[in-house]
Design a protein around this ligand. Structure first.
Ligand SMILES: Nc1ncnc2c1ncn2[C@@H]1O[C@H](COP(=O)(O)OP(=O)(O)OP(=O)(O)O)[C@@H](O)[C@H]1O
Ligand SMILES: [Mg+2]
Length: 414
């Protein structure tokens, strides 16, 4: 089947589920036309640890999405997460060659900002310009054409383990999908759930998935900080399993059915029944106890986030508050708990501003998948100009392609 340039595909390879989303661009908007989801068993804390299982999950999710969309998927934008991800802020300074800033000056200053030490086994996946200074005038978004002698750029750089990135590409390729771009998962989720006003005023996006909690902070419309915490909903389930002496599969069900992120949301006498295992009869437990177990873990995750934000001096920039998304945001009371810990407004983030199958994707678990599609769509013109996908079909070596492709990312953001 011929590739349709109006169709965009996001492939979210998560720790608990893989999801493929197909969208069609129609009259300046995106319509979701296919969604496929499959349980994931090949990742740990956001990183591929079993190729075969991951390929199987991708194949199933892609097949379902293809069937729904009536479109054969050839390539996709794919997310990356995990505690190997590093986010750095950096600055570059160059002399303006012809006294008027040109694209070449911008390319040079971004390159200069990138010459900071990047771990040996890491690759740059995003170089995000935050603002430019021409001589003494700062906070310039687009300096092209301005007169000056000195150009400075501040950028946020995101790197990922080369091996982790290669494994993602390998799994997608083995499932027959070329990777058009690799996108940090919280950058993708931000595209789906944040408004432009929030990004301008200052906002923290927190995606609490199964294996990782991914954070991105925006200020004056730009990403200024990113980090990943290797804990998420699976840690909550594991705590419930240990704390109530239940097998993990039952603990997961109890968490989803009765879970609360604040102990005080349960009545004093509220009792829930949990199934016994190994032939034992069901047991009653207090819902407050369940809430206590969940609250401790969720509070730990939010407190880590608060400390990281404070360490980076960013708390005063988060004026429009915190947006929590990802599956674990669905635990009742998670927003209330976050309000207490961050002492700021909090809302739950659902995918926004897409048409088509909105009822199917209207859940925080789809924020990354929808965001990947939106990211691909918003960068469409650059995609066409800069077309390089990771493909095993034509014998490409993904490692070499990743290297070349990463170095082209600078152009990608202008
Ligand atoms: N209704 C719900 N109530 C409570 N928790 C839920 C609910 N639905 C999903 N979850 C939890 O959300 C987590 C999965 O979230 P999500 O689908 O965003 O993760 P993922 O993308 O697979 O993982 P990751 O992004 O960490 O790699 C699981 O731990 C699951 O128990
Ligand atoms: Mg996820």
């Amino acid at each position: 089947m011929e590739k349709n340039n109006n169709i965009f595909v996001g492939l979210d390879i998560g720790t608990t589920k893989v999801c493929a989303i197909v969208a069609e661009a129609k009259n300046d908007s995106l319509e979701i036309i296919g969604v496929g989801t499959s349980g994931s068993a090949g990742l740990k804390n956001g990183v591929v640890v079993n190729i075969e299982n991951t390929v199987e999950s991708i194949t199933k999710a892609v097949e379902d999405a293809e069937l729904m969309a009536g479109y054969q998927i050839q390539e996709a934008s794919v997310g990356i997460a995990g505690s190997h991800i590093r986010g750095f802020s950096s600055r570059g300074i160059v002399a303006v060659k012809s006294r008027e800033v040109t694209q070449q000056d911008i390319d040079r200053v971004i390159s200069a900002a990138k010459t900071m030490s990047i771990p040996m086994d890491h690759e740059v996946i995003h170089v995000i310009p935050q603002g430019f200074t021409v001589d003494d005038q700062d906070d310039i978004k687009n300096p092209i054409g301005m007169s000056g002698l000195r150009l400075e750029a501040s950028v946020h750089i995101v790197t990922a383990s080369s091996i982790a990135a290669q494994n993602i590409v390998k799994c997608a390729n083995k499932a027959g999908i070329d990777v058009s771009e690799i996108v940090l998962e919280q950058i993708a989720s931000s595209e789906a759930v944040l408004t432009e006003d929030e990004k301008e005023l200052g906002v923290a996006l927190i995606d609490i998935g199964g294996g990782t909690t991914d954070v991105a902070i925006f200020y004056m419309g730009n990403i200024v900080h990113t980090f990943v915490i290797p804990k998420g909903g699976q840690s909550v389930t594991s705590d419930v399993s240990k704390g109530t002496t239940t097998i993990p599969q039952e603990a997961e069900k109890i968490k989803i059915k009765f879970g609360i992120a604040k102990e005080s949301l349960a009545g004093k006498d509220e009792i829930i029944e949990i199934p016994g295992f190994g032939g034992r009869p069901p047991r009653p437990i207090s819902r407050q106890l369940l809430g206590n177990i969940i609250e401790q873990r969720m509070a730990e995750i939010f407190t880590w986030i608060r400390k990281n934000i404070e360490k980076n001096g960013l708390e005063s920039k988060i004026l429009s508050g915190y947006v929590i998304t990802g599956g674990a945001a669905l635990i009742d009371g998670s927003a209330e708990l976050a309000v207490e810990i961050f002492n700021a407004p909090v809302r739950i983030g659902y995918p926004l501003n897409v048409g088509g199958l909105t009822d199917v994707i209207s859940s925080p678990i789809y924020s990354t998948g929808v965001g990947l599609v939106k990211y691909a769509y918003n960068n469409k013109s650059k995609n066409i100009l800069n077309k390089k996908s990771f493909s095993s079909k034509n014998g490409d070596n993904p490692f070499v392609i990743i290297k070349n492709w990463f170095s082209d990312l600078i152009e990608y953001f202008f």
